[in-house]
Design a protein around this ligand. Sequence first.
Ligand SMILES: [Zn+2]
Length: 243
Amino acid sequence: MPEKEELVEEEQVIEAQEEVKEVIKPGKERKPWLPKTKLGNRVLKGEYATIDDVLRTGELILEAGIVDYLVPDLKEEIIYIGGSPGKGGGSRRTATKRTARMHKSGRRFKLTALIVVGNENGVIGIGKASSREHRIALEKASEQSKINLIRVRRGCGSWECGCGGEHSVPFKSEGKYGSVHVRLIPAPKGVGIVANDTTKKILTLAGIKDIWVKTRGQTSTRQNLAYAVFDALKNLNTTKGEM
Ligand SMILES: [Zn+2]
Protein backbone atom coordinates (compact mmCIF):
# COMPACT_ATOMS: atom_id res chain seq x y z
CA MET A 1 0.00 0.00 0.00
CA PRO A 2 2.11 2.90 -1.23
CA GLU A 3 -0.59 5.37 -0.21
CA LYS A 4 -0.24 4.66 3.50
CA GLU A 5 3.55 4.77 3.42
CA GLU A 6 3.49 8.20 1.87
CA LEU A 7 1.26 9.46 4.64
CA VAL A 8 3.56 8.19 7.38
CA GLU A 9 6.54 9.83 5.73
CA GLU A 10 4.77 13.16 5.65
CA GLU A 11 4.04 12.96 9.36
CA GLN A 12 7.66 12.26 10.12
CA VAL A 13 8.75 15.29 8.14
CA ILE A 14 6.40 17.48 10.14
CA GLU A 15 7.74 16.10 13.42
CA ALA A 16 11.30 16.72 12.33
CA GLN A 17 10.50 20.33 11.43
CA GLU A 18 8.97 20.86 14.84
CA GLU A 19 12.13 19.66 16.54
CA VAL A 20 14.27 22.09 14.57
CA LYS A 21 11.97 24.94 15.55
CA GLU A 22 12.28 24.16 19.23
CA VAL A 23 16.04 24.44 18.99
CA ILE A 24 16.44 27.53 16.83
CA LYS A 25 13.42 29.82 17.21
CA PRO A 26 15.13 33.14 16.49
CA GLY A 27 14.15 36.48 17.91
CA LYS A 28 11.48 35.94 20.51
CA GLU A 29 13.42 33.73 22.89
CA ARG A 30 16.82 35.14 22.05
CA LYS A 31 18.23 31.78 21.12
CA PRO A 32 21.08 31.81 18.60
CA TRP A 33 20.00 32.26 15.01
CA LEU A 34 21.67 30.11 12.39
CA PRO A 35 21.16 31.77 8.99
CA LYS A 36 20.43 29.46 6.09
CA THR A 37 20.89 31.98 3.26
CA LYS A 38 23.64 34.33 2.03
CA LEU A 39 21.48 37.33 2.84
CA GLY A 40 20.90 35.92 6.31
CA ASN A 41 24.63 35.60 6.88
CA ARG A 42 25.21 39.20 5.80
CA VAL A 43 22.47 40.35 8.17
CA LEU A 44 24.05 38.47 11.06
CA LYS A 45 27.43 40.03 10.21
CA GLY A 46 25.81 43.42 10.68
CA GLU A 47 25.87 44.61 7.06
CA TYR A 48 22.35 45.98 7.37
CA ALA A 49 21.29 48.23 10.23
CA THR A 50 17.55 48.03 9.60
CA ILE A 51 15.01 45.97 7.73
CA ASP A 52 14.52 48.96 5.42
CA ASP A 53 18.14 48.59 4.31
CA VAL A 54 17.43 44.98 3.38
CA LEU A 55 14.16 45.76 1.58
CA ARG A 56 15.84 48.56 -0.37
CA THR A 57 18.26 46.09 -1.92
CA GLY A 58 15.31 44.38 -3.56
CA GLU A 59 16.74 41.01 -2.59
CA LEU A 60 14.27 38.30 -1.70
CA ILE A 61 14.05 37.50 1.97
CA LEU A 62 14.04 33.72 1.99
CA GLU A 63 14.09 33.12 5.72
CA ALA A 64 11.94 34.51 8.48
CA GLY A 65 14.95 34.67 10.79
CA ILE A 66 16.18 37.82 9.00
CA VAL A 67 12.99 39.63 9.95
CA ASP A 68 12.96 38.27 13.51
CA TYR A 69 16.54 39.45 13.89
CA LEU A 70 16.11 42.97 12.49
CA VAL A 71 12.56 43.65 13.71
CA PRO A 72 12.31 42.14 17.19
CA ASP A 73 9.22 44.23 17.95
CA LEU A 74 7.24 42.87 14.99
CA LYS A 75 3.58 42.40 15.83
CA GLU A 76 1.42 39.61 14.53
CA GLU A 77 -2.30 39.39 13.83
CA ILE A 78 -4.28 36.34 12.81
CA ILE A 79 -6.90 37.06 10.17
CA TYR A 80 -9.79 34.77 11.10
CA ILE A 81 -10.60 33.16 7.78
CA GLY A 82 -12.31 30.03 9.11
CA GLY A 83 -15.75 29.25 10.45
CA SER A 84 -19.10 29.32 8.79
CA PRO A 85 -20.20 32.73 7.54
CA GLY A 86 -23.82 31.71 8.13
CA LYS A 87 -26.93 33.79 7.64
CA GLY A 88 -27.85 37.00 9.40
CA GLY A 89 -24.40 37.66 10.79
CA GLY A 90 -24.63 34.83 13.30
CA SER A 91 -21.22 33.61 12.26
CA ARG A 92 -18.55 32.06 14.35
CA ARG A 93 -15.05 32.78 13.11
CA THR A 94 -12.09 30.54 13.64
CA ALA A 95 -8.40 31.17 13.08
CA THR A 96 -7.97 28.43 10.52
CA LYS A 97 -10.12 27.39 7.62
CA ARG A 98 -10.80 23.70 7.19
CA THR A 99 -11.06 22.20 3.75
CA ALA A 100 -11.49 18.61 2.68
CA ARG A 101 -10.08 16.84 -0.31
CA MET A 102 -11.35 13.51 -1.53
CA HIS A 103 -8.83 10.77 -1.75
CA LYS A 104 -8.80 7.07 -2.56
CA SER A 105 -8.29 6.35 1.11
CA GLY A 106 -11.06 8.74 2.22
CA ARG A 107 -11.31 12.38 3.01
CA ARG A 108 -8.26 14.41 3.86
CA PHE A 109 -8.55 17.58 5.83
CA LYS A 110 -6.27 20.52 5.83
CA LEU A 111 -6.27 23.73 7.81
CA THR A 112 -5.28 27.05 6.31
CA ALA A 113 -4.17 30.08 8.29
CA LEU A 114 -3.62 33.70 7.29
CA ILE A 115 -1.33 35.99 9.26
CA VAL A 116 -0.34 39.62 8.91
CA VAL A 117 2.77 41.07 10.55
CA GLY A 118 3.93 44.64 10.91
CA ASN A 119 6.02 46.97 13.06
CA GLU A 120 3.38 49.74 13.10
CA ASN A 121 6.03 51.85 11.45
CA GLY A 122 6.03 51.32 7.70
CA VAL A 123 6.67 47.62 7.31
CA ILE A 124 4.02 44.96 6.64
CA GLY A 125 3.83 41.35 5.53
CA ILE A 126 1.13 38.81 4.77
CA GLY A 127 1.38 35.03 4.70
CA LYS A 128 -0.80 32.00 4.21
CA ALA A 129 -0.06 28.35 4.91
CA SER A 130 -1.75 25.00 5.32
CA SER A 131 -1.18 21.96 7.43
CA ARG A 132 -3.18 19.16 8.96
CA GLU A 133 -2.42 20.69 12.33
CA HIS A 134 -3.84 24.00 13.47
CA ARG A 135 -0.69 25.10 15.30
CA ILE A 136 1.61 24.25 12.43
CA ALA A 137 -0.59 26.09 9.91
CA LEU A 138 -0.31 29.20 12.09
CA GLU A 139 3.44 28.83 12.53
CA LYS A 140 4.02 28.38 8.82
CA ALA A 141 1.74 31.32 7.95
CA SER A 142 3.71 33.47 10.39
CA GLU A 143 6.94 32.50 8.68
CA GLN A 144 5.45 33.18 5.24
CA SER A 145 4.26 36.63 6.31
CA LYS A 146 7.83 37.57 7.25
CA ILE A 147 9.18 36.35 3.93
CA ASN A 148 6.49 38.35 2.16
CA LEU A 149 7.41 41.69 3.73
CA ILE A 150 7.11 45.11 2.06
CA ARG A 151 7.79 48.73 2.94
CA VAL A 152 4.73 50.94 3.15
CA ARG A 153 5.04 54.41 1.70
CA ARG A 154 3.33 56.78 4.10
CA GLY A 155 2.68 60.49 3.90
CA CYS A 156 0.04 63.14 4.18
CA GLY A 157 -1.84 63.30 0.91
CA SER A 158 -4.78 65.06 2.50
CA TRP A 159 -5.29 68.59 1.21
CA GLU A 160 -7.38 69.44 4.29
CA CYS A 161 -4.42 68.54 6.48
CA GLY A 162 -1.23 69.20 4.54
CA CYS A 163 0.98 68.66 7.58
CA GLY A 164 3.63 66.84 5.59
CA GLY A 165 3.76 64.07 8.20
CA GLU A 166 3.50 60.32 7.78
CA HIS A 167 0.17 59.64 9.46
CA SER A 168 -1.67 58.69 6.26
CA VAL A 169 -0.84 57.70 2.69
CA PRO A 170 0.74 60.16 0.23
CA PHE A 171 -1.97 59.68 -2.40
CA LYS A 172 -4.88 57.47 -3.37
CA SER A 173 -4.12 53.86 -4.05
CA GLU A 174 -6.06 50.87 -5.26
CA GLY A 175 -5.73 47.15 -4.76
CA LYS A 176 -7.50 44.10 -6.02
CA TYR A 177 -7.73 40.44 -5.15
CA GLY A 178 -10.36 38.07 -6.47
CA SER A 179 -13.61 40.02 -6.56
CA VAL A 180 -12.48 42.47 -3.88
CA HIS A 181 -11.41 46.01 -4.75
CA VAL A 182 -9.92 48.31 -2.13
CA ARG A 183 -9.33 52.03 -2.39
CA LEU A 184 -7.15 53.88 0.12
CA ILE A 185 -7.83 57.60 0.42
CA PRO A 186 -5.62 60.03 2.39
CA ALA A 187 -7.35 61.52 5.43
CA PRO A 188 -6.48 64.45 7.72
CA LYS A 189 -5.16 63.99 11.25
CA GLY A 190 -7.74 62.82 13.77
CA VAL A 191 -9.96 60.89 11.36
CA GLY A 192 -8.59 57.51 12.38
CA ILE A 193 -8.83 54.38 10.27
CA VAL A 194 -12.28 54.37 8.71
CA ALA A 195 -12.59 50.74 7.67
CA ASN A 196 -13.86 47.32 8.73
CA ASP A 197 -12.02 45.25 11.36
CA THR A 198 -9.82 43.19 9.07
CA THR A 199 -8.67 46.24 7.11
CA LYS A 200 -8.11 48.18 10.33
CA LYS A 201 -5.87 45.42 11.72
CA ILE A 202 -3.67 45.52 8.63
CA LEU A 203 -3.42 49.31 8.32
CA THR A 204 -2.63 49.63 12.04
CA LEU A 205 0.22 47.15 11.67
CA ALA A 206 1.49 49.17 8.71
CA GLY A 207 1.67 52.30 10.87
CA ILE A 208 -1.10 54.27 9.17
CA LYS A 209 -3.20 56.37 11.56
CA ASP A 210 -5.69 58.28 9.44
CA ILE A 211 -7.26 56.94 6.28
CA TRP A 212 -10.54 56.39 4.47
CA VAL A 213 -11.03 53.00 2.90
CA LYS A 214 -13.59 52.11 0.29
CA THR A 215 -14.24 48.51 -0.64
CA ARG A 216 -16.41 46.66 -3.08
CA GLY A 217 -16.92 43.03 -3.97
CA GLN A 218 -17.16 40.02 -1.68
CA THR A 219 -15.46 41.59 1.34
CA SER A 220 -16.83 38.90 3.67
CA THR A 221 -14.17 36.66 2.16
CA ARG A 222 -11.57 37.96 4.55
CA GLN A 223 -8.70 36.27 2.80
CA ASN A 224 -9.38 38.16 -0.43
CA LEU A 225 -10.02 41.38 1.47
CA ALA A 226 -6.70 41.11 3.33
CA TYR A 227 -4.78 40.45 0.12
CA ALA A 228 -6.55 43.35 -1.63
CA VAL A 229 -5.55 45.74 1.18
CA PHE A 230 -1.99 44.43 0.97
CA ASP A 231 -2.05 44.96 -2.80
CA ALA A 232 -3.22 48.57 -2.35
CA LEU A 233 -0.35 49.18 0.10
CA LYS A 234 2.10 47.57 -2.28
CA ASN A 235 0.86 49.75 -5.14
CA LEU A 236 1.84 52.87 -3.18
CA ASN A 237 5.43 51.92 -3.99
CA THR A 238 4.94 51.62 -7.72
CA THR A 239 2.43 54.32 -8.65
CA LYS A 240 3.27 57.99 -8.69
CA GLY A 241 -0.27 58.75 -7.59
CA GLU A 242 -2.79 61.31 -8.67
CA MET A 243 -4.82 63.45 -6.39
ZN1 LIG B 1 -1.38 65.53 7.64
